[in-house]
Write a protein that binds this ligand. Structure first.
Ligand code: DQA
Length: 149
């Protein structure tokens, strides 16, 4: 059993209430419950966090260096601004999957650049909250067959 970190950036605590036409009606608690269920099915454990503060996300990445096998991260707006989160992820050796609920490439041009993509092993965007499930599945695959993927 490996530990997978699922990290969420700013404003994602408002999921379900915030611009539902873009982000859907599911809450972050719904997403967390689905992630926990899937992780259990796959034989892994998850640590699920959300913060509106950049340093907390960096601290959780540092924590993952100690006990985490993989990271699924929706950095939200920090995606487009945070060199510090990229630097932190560059210190982590396991698989990293970046996810976005919305298709950032269909949106404003300032959402097209991602610092995190410079490190991510894969990026999922525009698949709704299902992206979290797919991200966890991908991390699980990479953990079991790292050399073939
Ligand atoms: C987001 C996309 C970002 O551009 C935005 O700032 C978010 C959420 C997404 O999940 O689609 O807060 O990461």
């Amino acid at each position: 059993m490996s530990l997978i970190y699922v990290l969420n950036g700013p404003n994602l605590n408002l999921l379900g209430k915030r611009q539902p036409h873009i982000y859907g009606h599911e809450t972050l608690a719904d997403v967390e419950a689905d992630c926990r269920k899937l992780a259990l099915e796959l034989g892994h454990e998850i640590r699920f966090h959300q913060s509106n503060r950049e340093y907390e996300i960096i601290d959780w990445i540092h924590e993952a260096r100690e006990d985490g096998a993989g990271i699924v991260i929706n950095p939200a707006a920090f995606t487009h601004t945070s060199l510090a989160i990229l630097d932190a992820l560059n210190t982590f050796e396991g698989p990293v999957i970046e996810i976005h609920i919305s298709n950032v490439h269909k949106r404003e041009s300032f959402r097209h650049h991602s610092f995190v993509s410079h490190r991510a092993d894969g990026v999922l965007a525009g698949l709704g909250t299902e992206g979290y499930q797919l991200g966890i599945r991908r991390v699980a695959t990479m953990l079991t067959a790292p050399k073939k993927e």
